[in-house]
Every structure is written in C-alpha cells, then in structure tokens.
Design a protein around this ligand. Structure first.
Ligand code: 5AD
Ligand code: SF4
Length: 475
C-alpha cells in the first residue's frame, strides 16, 4: 500500500468516526425521550472472516448507542451472509421470511443484509424483488461504512444499497466488539487470488490484499495489553501473505514478529493453501513456543486428475509429501482438512484416491462437503455433474472413514498433562469448564469460573474421540 492510499484510508476512517459520533448524539437524545436503548441483533453465517466482520459491525452499533439482544425481534436486525454453498443462501431466505412477519408488527424495525451473498447480483435482485422490506444492503468491501449507510436510511424512506465490486481500501481503526476478552481474530489479509474452479470466494471477497505488518503488530500489541492471550490470524490463504506489499514479506516472517509480542501466548492461523505452504513456515512452527500445534490444510480431493481441474496446483503425491514433512518436523501437530465430494466428473477411482489420502494423512478431523454448484464459477458450467445420489453415497463412506481416523488420532494425548486455555463454562453441564488444547481439541474438566481466559495444566483422563475429559492439576 502506498502513502497516498494509506492517507485515503485514514481519512475515510476519520469520516466514519464523525458519523458515528453524530448518530450517537441523536440516539442519546432519543433514549432520553423514550427511556430505553434501541436494540440490535446480528445473525452471522459462514466462516471466521464473517464472525470477525460481525464483531466490527457490533462495535460500530454499540458506539452509536445500540444494545445487543439475543432475539431477531430487535430494532435493528442484520444478516451477515455466506454464499460458499447453496444451503447457506437458503438459510438466509428462511430468516428473511420470518423477519418480514416481525416487521409487519413493528414497522420501525430496520433490516440490513450484508456479506458474501450480497456480492452476487442474482441474490441482490431476488431480495429487491421478493423481500422489499429490507432497508439496507451492503457487501463485504464496505462494512466500515455501516454508520453512513444507517444515517442515509434514517434520512430517507428508501432502501439503501451500496455494493462495491472490489476495493483496494483497508479501513481499520474503527470500533470492534470482541466476543471473547482473552482471544481475538486478527485479519492479516483480505480476498483470494486462487480461483479454485468450484469456489465463489474470489468473486465475492475480491483480490488478495495484505495488511501492512506494522498495522498488524500494533493491533496485536493493543490486544495483548487488553488481556488477549491468543490470536487467530485470518486470511483466505495466509501462506501467500505479504506478496503484494510494497516491501514483500513472507507469512513465516510475520509469525516471527508476532511471536515476540509479550502477553500473547498462543498464535493460530487460518487457512493454509497447500501449494503455498513453505518449508520456512514448517521451520518457524517447529521452533516456536507460541504457534499452536494445529494446521488446517484443505485437501479438497485426493485425485491428482481432479485437483488439476479444480485448479488447486498440487498433486496427491505433493500433498502427501507435505504432510509427511510437517509430521516429521512437528510430531505432535494435529492436522485438519476440508474435502469436497461430488465435484463434476468425479469417478469412483478419483474418490478412492481421496479415501487413500484421508487414511494416510491421519487427520484429527475433517470438514466434508457435498459439491455445491455456484453460478459464475468454471465448475458450474461443466457438463459432467455428479448425480446427487452417487455423491451422497460417497459422502457417507467418506464420513465413516473420517470418524474412524479422528477417533484414532484424537486419543494420542490420553494420560498426559497438557496446557489448556480455559474458554467457557461447559454448555451442557455448568459444573464443568471447557478449554482448548494447543492442537485445537476441546477438554472438559471441573474447575472454577475464575479460570476462564487463563492457561492451565490439565491431565487428560479419557479420550472421547472428538474431545477429552480431564482433571485440573494443582496450579
Ligand atoms: N461446494 C462445496 N464445498 C465448497 N467449498 C468451497 N466451495 C465449495 C463448493 N462450491 C468448501 C471448500 C473450502 C471450504 C471453506 O468450503 O472445501 O475449503
Ligand atoms: Fe476458494 Fe480456493 Fe480461494 Fe480457498 S483458496 S477461498 S477454496 S478460491
């Protein structure tokens, strides 16, 4: 990013701050009159990028004077959408049907819809036509403008639509409302340049843009002084971090800098593309005391033939060799993955190759997806789409194998003492705490609420496949 651009970004964030202040005065006056604060609720779909964006939305709304509520029956309801698979879109339409009825009873209610789905012209057309009660529509590139869009909506009676095709702006320094006090997501880059042939993300999140390392470090130092002990570095493909910076820098170099920050005890990142995962990164992970022993390494398919058509730019052998090098260098690492079943033209032989990689890579866990046709992607136009029943049958077989492998892999640390970051009171049993191991598995154990946010030693008594039951050690 050059200087002029950086100045432009700073000016934009100052402008938004001014609008937030203006609105907050207006909202305070109204609160005085009515005696109550206006409420908001955000429904977030999709990945951790979206969760992070929702924290930013939440930060802006709280500064304006809104108060969060658990129910969709709020003064301002926002849907932060995902469009990576068709069923994500369908869920949004379901919610809109419901909220339309709520608005009939409460016409002052404001409804906004934003996120990846709004970067798709067909989805926006459908909303404009069928869900006329939506007040504000914006996309993935201009979340920072929410206060401005809200002000425009309050001043006019018409739907406000602000959609950008792409951007080179990175506007930060706006409020953000973190879900946890002790761990935080940090965007290190936006967008994706890979154009895997099935994937809509490059079309809805735009081209790859890395944040300046100084800005990332400053943000993490601030988080650390605020009590955050774990950061999750976020990007569609973190392994290509820094390639488009004025002074190029690798992701491994960035990790080394973050490692030096006092107070940060754990570093995670998401997602890695196998084609860009360097030996330098493996070496940094191996030597690090803070980088967690977990790598999410999407496979998508084990068939070299299909990987080529998917435009993944690695082979089955290349992937397995990478897994081998990682497991040799860092024996206690846990590997997880994403796999798509039923990509156009997938044959039983191709599918067998996928099963073979799953068996050999010994994943701790895997997210498995039925291929979903996304309009506008090259794969959607391919003629040899796999029949649904065939894809489903393969999906079930894959799931069985994944479960078998993860049960085998997950028990590895039974009867050892491990460091655990205590995250919350167990959702099923309030007498238990739930924490996370460095390798991302969960542990449930007896302990006092005051330990939440702390890293403690826990004896892993019993493996339950996907999680452990443990015993808190004398601290
Ligand atoms: N169909 C099914 N799964 C998909 N993914 C991305 N696009 C599609 C699609 N069209 C999966 C990939 C990716 C994860 C986030 O979603 O496995 O890694
Ligand atoms: Fe989609 Fe591929 Fe980019 Fe991941 S790397 S977001 S799968 S295009």
């Amino acid at each position: 990013m050059d200087n002029m651009q950086a100045n432009g970004n700073a000016l934009e964030s100052a402008k938004q701050q001014e609008i937030i202040e203006e609105l907050s005065k207006q909202y305070a006056l109204e609160e005085e009159k009515t005696g109550k604060k206006k409420t908001y609720h955000i429904v977030t779909f999709g990945c951790q990028m979206n969760s992070r964006d929702s924290e930013k939305i939440s930060g802006i709304l709280k500064q304006i004077g809104y108060e969060e509520t658990d129910s969709e029956d709020a003064d301002f309801i926002l849907y932060n959408t995902c469009t990576v698979r068709e069923n994500a879109n369908n869920k949004v339409y379901g919610h809109l049907g419901y909220v339309g009825k709520l608005k009939e009873k409460n016409p002052d209610m404001l409804i906004a819809i934003c996120g990846c789905m709004m970067q798709e012209p067909q989805a926006v057309e459908r909303i404009k036509e069928k869900y006329k009660f939506v007040d504000i529509i914006f996309g993935t590139h201009n979340i920072f403008k929410l206060a401005e869009l809200l002000r425009t909506r309050l001043l006019s009676d018409r739907v406000v639509i602000d959609l950008w095709k792409d951007t080179d702006m990175i506007v930060e320094d706006l409020p953000s409302d973190r879900k946890y006090s002790f761990k935080a997501g940090v965007n290190i880059m936006y967008g994706c340049n890979n154009f895997c042939s099935y994937c809509i993300v490059p079309y809805v999140r735009g081209r790859e843009r890395s944040r300046n390392p100084e800005d990332i470090i400053a943000e993490i130092k601030d988080l650390a002084s605020d009590g955050v002990v774990e950061v999750m570095l976020l990007g569609q493909n973190v392994n290509s971090y820094g390639k488009n910076l004025e002074k190029p820098m690798t992701f491994a170099m960035l990790l080394r800098e973050i490692e030096k920050i006092d107070g940060i005890e754990r570093i995670r990142f998401m997602t890695s593309h196998p084609k860009d995962l360097s030996q330098e990164l493996i070496d940094v992970m191996k030597d690090s005391k803070k980088i967690c022993k977990h790598l999410h390494l999407p496979l998508q398919s084990g068939s070299t033939r299909l990987l080529k058509i998917m435009n993944r730019r690695y082979t089955k052998e290349g992937y397995l060799d990478l897994v081998d090098r990682i497991r040799t260098a860092i024996p206690d690492i846990s590997l997880t993955t994403d796999i798509i079943v039923g990509f156009p033209g997938e044959t039983e032989e191709d599918f067998q190759e996928t099963l073979d990689v799953v068996e050999k890579a010994c994943y701790e866990s895997a997210f498995t997806f039925l291929y979903s046709k996304r309009t506008g992607t090259p794969a959607a136009a391919m003629e040899n789409q796999v029949e649904e029943s065939v894809a489903k049958e393969r999906f079930d077989r894959l799931l069985k194998l994944v479960k078998k492998c993860s049960a085998k892999a997950a028990g590895k640390d039974q009867n050892t003492v491990q460091k655990v970051l205590v995250e919350e009171i167990n959702t099923q049993n309030p007498n238990l705490l739930t924490g996370r191991l460095s390798n991302n598995l969960l542990v449930h154990f007896k302990g006092d609420e005051s330990l939440i946010g702390k890293i403690v030693d826990v004896y892993l008594e019993e493996s339950k496949g996907f999680y452990y039951m443990g015993k808190l050690m004398e601290q």
